[in-house]
Design a protein around this ligand. Structure first.
Ligand code: DER
Length: 221
């Protein structure tokens, strides 16, 4: 059974006619977006706010109407994935490199629904390296500053080149080990000049939809 597909499609049940919907990025929310595309063809009326160029492209191919962030005050529901999620609804995101737009979209949403398979649900965050988006300018200095918080930052590379986000920035993947105070680390990281945003989502997610390989879906509010 495809646990990601189960979770992704289940989350769409929360979407109602007339909603503005934040469209996340990644392989789990991919299923949510496909489902929304099907429903839009059957006359569901929504407006999507994409969190990446990749999601924007997919939504356009599916005929999901899109709206620009600058023309809205608030989003009704955002559906997005996560790399890790703990029982306190704290997330690590950014494995797909979209964390900045994802966090901006989720933060103006009345509700954020996280879709994942059971492997993402953990007792403590930190096994997955924390993505931190930084400016290209002075990145080595920024990396040194980030390391003083207790991690080993690694500049993300893709196809032998430095990975560049949709916003023209670099990403450091930071191996902190177990993160026991996500709120504090989130604040400390974002105080470092050169850090644009980090993948810790604290007090943002409201609902988790967890697909299991045995075919059942768990919804935690
Ligand atoms: O980059 C992100 O935060 C994405 O949501 C992504 O990491 C989620 O992972 P998935 O592809 O396993 O859904």
């Amino acid at each position: 059974m495809n646990a990601k597909k189960l979770a992704g499609e289940k989350a769409v049940e929360f979407i109602k006619d007339g909603m503005i919907v934040g469209l996340g990025t990644g392989s789990t929310v991919h299923w949510s977006i496909l489902k929304l595309g099907e429903l839009v063809k059957q006359s569901l009326t929504i407006k999507g706010v994409p969190t990446s160029k990749q999601t924007e492209q997919l939504a356009k191919e599916l005929g999901i109407p899109l709206v620009n962030m600058s023309s809205i005050e608030q989003i009704d529901i955002t559906i997005d994935g996560a790399d890790e999620a703990n029982p306190e609804f704290e997330l690590i995101k950014g494995g797909g490199g979209a964390l900045l737009r994802e966090k901006m979209v989720a933060s103006i949403s009345k509700r954020m629904i996280v879709v994942m398979d059971e492997t993402k649900y953990v007792a403590h965050l930190g096994k997955f390296p924390l993505p931190v988006e930084i400016t290209q300018f002075g990145w080595e200095m920024t990396s040194k500053q980030v390391s003083t918080l207790g991690c080993e930052p690694k500049l993300r590379v893709e196809n032998n080149l430095s990975f560049i986000t949709d916003n023209g920035n670099y990403i450091l993947d930071c191996h902190f080990g177990e993160i026991l105070d996500a709120k504090r680390l989130n604040e400390e990281l974002n105080m470092i000049p050169g850090v644009v945003e980090n993948g810790l989502f604290v007090n943002i997610a409201d609902t988790m939809v967890i697909g299991n390989s045995d075919g059942h879906v768990e919804i935690i509010h």
